[in-house]
Design a protein around this ligand. Structure first.
Ligand code: HEC
Ligand code: HEC
Ligand code: HEC
Ligand code: HEC
Ligand code: HEC
Ligand code: HEC
Ligand code: HEC
Ligand code: HEC
Ligand code: HEC
Ligand code: HEC
Ligand code: HEC
Ligand code: HEC
Length: 286
């Protein structure tokens, strides 16, 4: 054998041994059919929980709702969503995953209103309550006072359901202008409530400063007589004499203490026997 051949043969056998060795070791370590190196560094960190702004990168709508109308629910998502991304159709566990009002709230509107989500339909806009039959049939469960008032003082308003006036959305307060004309042209709608408490509109009360024109819109004759009288009662407002409550008739002596000697008044107990018409006192001779 030549020296060259001998060397070549030696190298070949070395190579074979080496290959066998590699094959043997790799056969012992390899479980998968593919090769993916382990990256321990990647797993050395403890990731911070996602901030709400990061949840928002995918859950735009929920974040947007909270931002615009979240009110006092504008705290971290995870304060409510203790577990999430765990929905599994096979387990049908969606409802179970969702946060429960009762974990943070009591039955704040009483036992008749335990089903929170039927009115607060979106927890991300908690204060928005839709005007559904569920709501409109339960006004009195939360507003007992108004209900009692409307029942205690019968009026035509009592024959409507609450949402005939409180329509569009919860808390809406209508103007009288939606349904009524004023008593006279130019009367401001902002004055109506001063006389008519809306849930008992027939219990009319008013201030002594109420313009005579208001009264005059119905009591035209008296108003015209009073306006034209030369007597000093023309300077006295209707509502100063007929004070506080519609229909009140004053005593003359509320303003005129002992105008005449007692013996005259004993004989003529009614002032109007002589003074005739309170709205148009006969002219006084001096
Ligand atoms: C006050 C508690 C509360 C907070 C805070 C809250 N959620 Fe929710 N979320 C809920 C409840 C309750 C539901 C279940 C609603 C249902 O059953 O209709 C829900 C449902 C969801 C759903 C399911 C789809 C849907 O809209 O019904 C997603 C997604 C969601 N929330 C994401 C978020 C994200 C993102 C944040 C923070 C930016 C967040 N939530 C903050 C209570 C909350
Ligand atoms: C990379 C996008 C992404 C991010 C970030 C993300 N989610 Fe989700 N989330 C989804 C997808 C996709 C679904 C399933 C489809 C769906 O319901 O919209 C889902 C479903 C949900 C659900 C309803 C179903 C379930 O299994 O809980 C809730 C609740 C939820 N995510 C809350 C969160 C909260 C809270 C965060 C932040 C802490 C968050 N998600 C971050 C993509 C994301
Ligand atoms: C993780 C606790 C938590 C959960 C769950 C939760 N809430 Fe709240 N909610 C709060 C807190 C805290 C407030 C603020 C209370 C305060 O300031 O008095 C609040 C306030 C509210 C308000 C008033 C909002 C405002 O802006 O005035 C409503 C309405 C409400 N929650 C309804 C619900 C309903 C309905 C659910 C179930 C769908 C629910 N909440 C679930 C904690 C929670
Ligand atoms: C029948 C409808 C209805 C039901 C059911 C209901 N609510 Fe309400 N809730 C309302 C209305 C209407 C408001 C007033 C909202 C507004 O500010 O206009 C309100 C207000 C609230 C407020 C704010 C109170 C305040 O004074 O600031 C909280 C908190 C609340 N609800 C929680 C709940 C919880 C918790 C449940 C279930 C136990 C629930 N609600 C059930 C209709 C409902
Ligand atoms: C579940 C309880 C609940 C029900 C049901 C409910 N309300 Fe309310 N409502 C409230 C609460 C709580 C407030 C107080 C909110 C506030 O103080 O801002 C309120 C406020 C109001 C206000 C505004 C008060 C003001 O001073 O501005 C009106 C008007 C009103 N409600 C009418 C109604 C009518 C009409 C119904 C039926 C269609 C109804 N409510 C049903 C709880 C309720
Ligand atoms: C004829 C129309 C009308 C009807 C019917 C009506 N309301 Fe009102 N309500 C009003 C007006 C107008 C206001 C505003 C009064 C104000 O600003 O003083 C009001 C105010 C309210 C308020 C706020 C608090 C207050 O007293 O000012 C509540 C709560 C309320 N109404 C509940 C009810 C309920 C409950 C019913 C049914 C039992 C009802 N209302 C029926 C017109 C009506
Ligand atoms: C949604 C419509 C509506 C609104 C808003 C409304 N009313 Fe009325 N009101 C009526 C109707 C309808 C009657 C019955 C009229 C009739 O039979 O001629 C009535 C009757 C009345 C009566 C007579 C009551 C009776 O029993 O004879 C008074 C007073 C009155 N309204 C005052 C007001 C005032 C003040 C306001 C505003 C604070 C107001 N109303 C708001 C519809 C409304
Ligand atoms: C100075 C108080 C006063 C003011 C302000 C006032 N009213 Fe009257 N209103 C009365 C009196 C008094 C009656 C008659 C009550 C009776 O018949 O016993 C009345 C009756 C009514 C009636 C019953 C039907 C009718 O015409 O007899 C309606 C409706 C009415 N008012 C609506 C309104 C409206 C709308 C406003 C605001 C634009 C308003 N009122 C402002 C005192 C007032
Ligand atoms: C919307 C029409 C209307 C307005 C406005 C009105 N009244 Fe009358 N008033 C009447 C009617 C109708 C009666 C008779 C029915 C009754 O006894 O309630 C009456 C009766 C009276 C009576 C007599 C009560 C009795 O016992 O005989 C007085 C006093 C009176 N009104 C004063 C006033 C004064 C003062 C004002 C203005 C602040 C006023 N009225 C505004 C319609 C009105
Ligand atoms: C100085 C006080 C005073 C003033 C001002 C006054 N009244 Fe009278 N009014 C009385 C008295 C007192 C009676 C009762 C008279 C009687 O017993 O005959 C009365 C009776 C009435 C009556 C019921 C009896 C009838 O005559 O129909 C009406 C209505 C009335 N006033 C409306 C008005 C109006 C409207 C005004 C303003 C334009 C007005 N009053 C101004 C004191 C006053
Ligand atoms: C709300 C108060 C008030 C009432 C009630 C009242 N008056 Fe007067 N009266 C006056 C005032 C104010 C004057 C003007 C006094 C002055 O200028 O010094 C007056 C003036 C008079 C005068 C003087 C004559 C004139 O033309 O000025 C007579 C008479 C009179 N009143 C009679 C009566 C009689 C009678 C009654 C009952 C039927 C009555 N008054 C009820 C406030 C009132
Ligand atoms: C017997 C008839 C008579 C009776 C009753 C009567 N008065 Fe007179 N009163 C008069 C005469 C006459 C005068 C004019 C006296 C004068 O010019 O000095 C007068 C004057 C007055 C004056 C104006 C005094 C001034 O200084 O200007 C007042 C105010 C008055 N009366 C109020 C009353 C009151 C109030 C009553 C009932 C308590 C009453 N009167 C009952 C006849 C009467």
């Amino acid at each position: 054998m030549k020296k060259r051949e001998c060397l070549a043969l030696g190298r070949l056998s070395l190579l074979v041994v080496a290959l066998l060795l590699v094959a043997a070791t790799s056969f012992a370590a390899k479980v998968a059919t593919v090769e993916i190196p382990v990256n321990t560094e990647m797993y050395a960190t403890a990731p911070a929980p996602l901030a709400p702004a990061q949840c928002a990168q995918c859950h735009n709508a929920q974040f947007g709702n909270l931002k615009e109308k979240g009110g006092k629910h504008r705290f971290a998502c995870q304060d409510c969503h203790k577990s999430f991304h765990a929905y599994n159709p096979k387990k049908a566990n969606y409802d179970e995953l969702m946060p429960k009002c009762a974990s943070c709230h009591t039955d704040i509107h009483g036992p008749a209103n335990k089903d929170c989500s039927s009115c607060h339909t979106n927890p991300h806009t908690p204060r928005v309550v839709a005007t559904t039959p569920r709501l409109t049939n339960s006004c009195a469960t939360c507003h007992a006072e108004e209900k009692q008032e409307i029942v205690k003082f019968p009026s035509k308003h009592g024959s409507f359901s609450c949402d005939k006036c409180h329509h569009t959305k919860h808390g809406y307060k209508p103007s009288c202008a939606e349904c009524h004309k004023p008593h006279f042209q130019g009367q401001e709608y902002s004055t109506c409530l001063k006389c008519h408490p809306v849930h008992r509109p027939k219990q009319v009360t008013y201030q002594s400063t109420e313009p005579a024109a208001t009264c005059g819109s119905c009591h035209t004759q008296i108003f015209n007589k009073w306006k034209a009288t030369p007597s000093r009662h023309a300077k006295v407002n209707c509502a100063t004499c007929h004070k506080d409550k519609h229909g009140y008739i004053p005593q003359c002596t509320e303003c005129h203490k002992a105008p005449h000697p007692k013996n005259i008044l004993d004989r003529f107990p009614k002032c109007l026997t002589c003074h005739l018409d309170v709205h148009d006192l006969p002219a006084m001779k001096k």
